[in-house]
Design a protein around this ligand. Structure first.
Ligand code: HEC
Ligand code: HEC
Length: 212
């Protein structure tokens, strides 16, 4: 009986150290991510690197894979997408998985508002986003639409413009990007400023249950 207990303890110790070792080696690129995305991965506007902490694991992984495979960040005018693509190109899919898992668990404060649009018009425009991104902009995995609430307004706006100008969502294998691109065409630049301003007003604390 005693030897079984000792054996079981050893097995657990091995499993424990293996998992610690595996996860720390798979997360060795985290400081690289922080160098652009910020200490808490809360985003850095001067480098146009968005907030990534707390985004869903499935969305983080898909985007990293897309950059790595040249599905995103491939357009000659997309210098920021290219900087991201170069940063991630040498990482294995296992590392990307581990990073996505880890980053999805980090939570940060609401980001400051930098774009001032018309909230009422923005609310009207947002009606067209709900079917995919959810009532509170919380995202919907079945559709593949990410969470928008909590993301910095300057980044949301820039991505809408990128979709409109075929800088993002232009690759034939980018099925999710195409879905979104068709939406971005429907609104002019002022309406896009309005909708991102409205998204900034959706209170994450009040909607904690729905916004994950
Ligand atoms: C050289 C600066 C730089 C480094 C290093 C970097 N990124 Fe990025 N990242 C960016 C920029 C800039 C963007 C936005 C690009 C765009 O507009 O498509 C971005 C976008 C992303 C996105 C897409 C977010 C979204 O909402 O669609 C993810 C996910 C991401 N980065 C994860 C990472 C991870 C994980 C690492 C570390 C392995 C990393 N990045 C390292 C600059 C960087
Ligand atoms: C038909 C479904 C659909 C509708 C409607 C829709 N989206 Fe999207 N949206 C998506 C999908 C899918 C993605 C993910 C694209 C990808 O994987 O690159 C996305 C991505 C985005 C992104 C990029 C987020 C990031 O982190 O990089 C923004 C910004 C965005 N949508 C805003 C909007 C706004 C604002 C509206 C309403 C005006 C809207 N979307 C309507 C499906 C939709």
């Amino acid at each position: 009986m005693r030897s079984i207990t000792v054996l079981l303890s050893l097995v657990f110790i091995v499993i424990f150290f293996n998992s610690v070792y595996a996860s720390s080696s798979n997360l060795q690129s985290l400081p690289l991510c922080q160098s652009c995305h910020g200490d808490k991965l809360q985003g850095n506007e001067s480098l146009k690197a968005p907030l990534i902490s707390g985004l869903s694991q499935w969305y983080l992984y898909r985007q990293m894979k897309n950059y790595k495979d040249g599905i995103r960040g491939n357009h000659p005018q997309d210098i920021f997408g290219q900087s991201m693509r170069l940063s991630i190109m040498s990482l294995s899919d296992n590392e990307l998985q581990a990073l996505a898992e880890h980053i999805s668990t980090i939570s940060v404060d609401k980001q400051p508002q930098s774009i001032k649009g018309d909230i009422e018009t923005g609310k009207f425009v947002f009606e067209h986003c709900i079917s995919c991104h959810g009532e509170f902009g919380e995202g919907d995995q079945t559709i593949g639409a990410p969470r928008l609430t909590g993301q910095s307004d300057w980044y949301l706006y820039q991505q809408m413009i990128n979709f409109q100008k075929d800088i993002r969502g232009n690759h034939q294998d980018d099925l999710y990007g195409k879905l979104m691109k068709d939406m971005a065409y429907m609104f002019n630049e002022q309406m896009l400023r309005d909708v991102v301003s409205y998204i900034s007003t959706i209170d994450q604390v009040d909607n904690k249950e729905s916004v994950k």
